[in-house]
Structure formats: structure tokens, C-alpha cells
Design a protein around this ligand. Structure first.
Ligand SMILES: [Zn+2]
Length: 224
């Protein structure tokens, strides 16, 4: 399989005679990389390309050890140490309630993608605590000082009125605590379950906010 890869910062193409198979930096599968573009100037005796991993939609700088306009089948390829940083976007409702949540969540997500599996859960736990406390302050701004100092579990019980949000938040914090404490209680659940419950909690908060907005706009039936 041969491909002419366009040069990103110049004119013309690099003629690649054999498309490399590399390990996806995101999921670890070996796949045939899609070469999107090449860089004109070789760097440290290497030709740099941008490779796309269709399995995960991840991309990375990859390089080969041949620097001419033609790369033959004997070239050896490798992924550049540059690592694409994952990012999960949350709704404007969640970002308005908790401006720090998305940042902390994505630090934990990056740690998880880098296989830092013993510590990423504690990161998700911190993001979760931030979301829950900010949500409680959003509901009861007058209790802000108490909420900041209070245990997160107690905060949930004292400040969240929606039964649905409360039930999910409690379970999220149970799993979150398991990620940062010495002994696990929920031994059949793991970090992925925590991630799922956080996502579930965000949806419940969004729905409750939408419900409140609807009731505020239409408090009662209009008279005929
Ligand atoms: Zn992948």
C-alpha cells in the first residue's frame, strides 16, 4: 500500500511506500495508521508525520528514520513521545454550577489514559466532591461556609432536596471514597463504575435544573 502524504508546511508530497502499523496510544490496539500530513524539515534525522488512529479518533506525531521525499518499506516508525490529551466536555449547566469540575475531571481522565490507575480514581473523587459541594452552594448559597467545611456525605443529606439527585450523589461518593481509602467496600466496582455514576449524576442535576426552570417560567395554568 503506497500513499502520497501532503507536506503540511510546504508544497508537494512525501511518497510513503508502506503505511506503518503502530500501537494506538489511547487503546493499545495495533492498527494501520492513517497518515494525515508530513512536516517538511527532518528533525534529529527523522521525518515527522501526523498519524491518525481511527480506533479511538486519537492522533499523534509519528516519525520514521528516512528523511528523503521517498520513504521505502524498510523504514522504521515510532510514535513521538507527544501524547494527545483527552478532554471530556460537560454541559453549560454543569460548568455554570461548578466551574472547576471539568478541569479536575479531565486531569483524572488524563491520568487514567496514561494508565496511572492507582491514582486516577482519587482524581475523579476530587472532581466529584467539587461538583457536589458547588451544587449544594448553588442550591443554598446562604449555607456556603458550612458546606465548604462539611463532610461531603453530610452535605448531600443536608442540602440536596431532589430525591433522585440525592440517591445518585450518595452512591457516587461511596464509590469515590473507595478510590481514595485503604480498604474498598464495593469490591465488585471499579473506576469505570465511578466514571459512569458521575456521568449519571451530571444528567440528573441537568434534568432537575431544567425542571426548575420550566416551573419558574410556567408556575401555574393561565386563566381563560
Ligand atoms: Zn485506539
Amino acid at each position: 500500500m503506497e500513499r502520497q502524504v501532503p507536506i503540511l508546511n510546504g508544497n508537494g508530497f512525501i511518497d510513503v511506500q508502506s503505511i506503518p502499523q503502530l500501537i494506538c496510544p489511547s487503546c493499545g490496539k495495533i492498527i494501520t495508521v492513517i497518515l494525515l500530513s508530513a512536516f517538511d524539515e527532518p528533525l534529529d534525522g527523522k521525518r515527522l508525520f501526523i498519524g491518525y488512529f481511527s480506533c479511538c479518533g486519537a492522533w499523534s506525531v509519528i516519525s520514521c528514520n528516512q528523511t528523503g521525499k521517498k520513504v521505502d518499506i524498510f523504514a522504521s516508525w515510532q510514535i513521538d513521545p507527544y501524547y494527545p490529551i483527552p478532554h471530556k466536555y460537560f454541559s453549560s449547566t454543569i460548568n455554570r454550577i461548578s466551574p472547576q469540575f471539568e478541569t479536575i475531571y479531565n486531569e483524572a481522565l488524563t491520568a487514567q489514559k496514561l494508565k496511572l490507575l492507582s491514582i486516577c480514581g482519587a482524581g475523579y473523587r476530587k472532581a466529584l466532591e467539587c461538583l457536589i459541594k458547588d451544587y449544594c452552594i448553588h442550591l443554598h448559597n446562604d449555607r456556603k461556609e458550612t458546606i465548604i467545611k462539611c463532610d461531603t456525605g453530610v452535605c448531600i443529606g443536608d442540602n440536596i432536596d431532589s430525591q433522585t439527585v440525592k440517591e445518585i450523589a450518595e452512591r457516587a461518593i461511596w464509590l469515590g471514597n473507595d478510590e481514595s481509602h485503604y480498604a474498598k467496600r464495593w469490591t465488585d466496582k471499579d473506576t469505570d463504575d465511578l466514571v459512569e455514576v458521575i456521568s449519571f449524576l451530571c444528567k440528573a442535576i441537568e434534568q432537575d435544573e431544567e425542571r426548575k426552570q420550566l416551573l419558574a417560567e410556567m408556575p401555574e395554568q393561565k386563566k381563560k
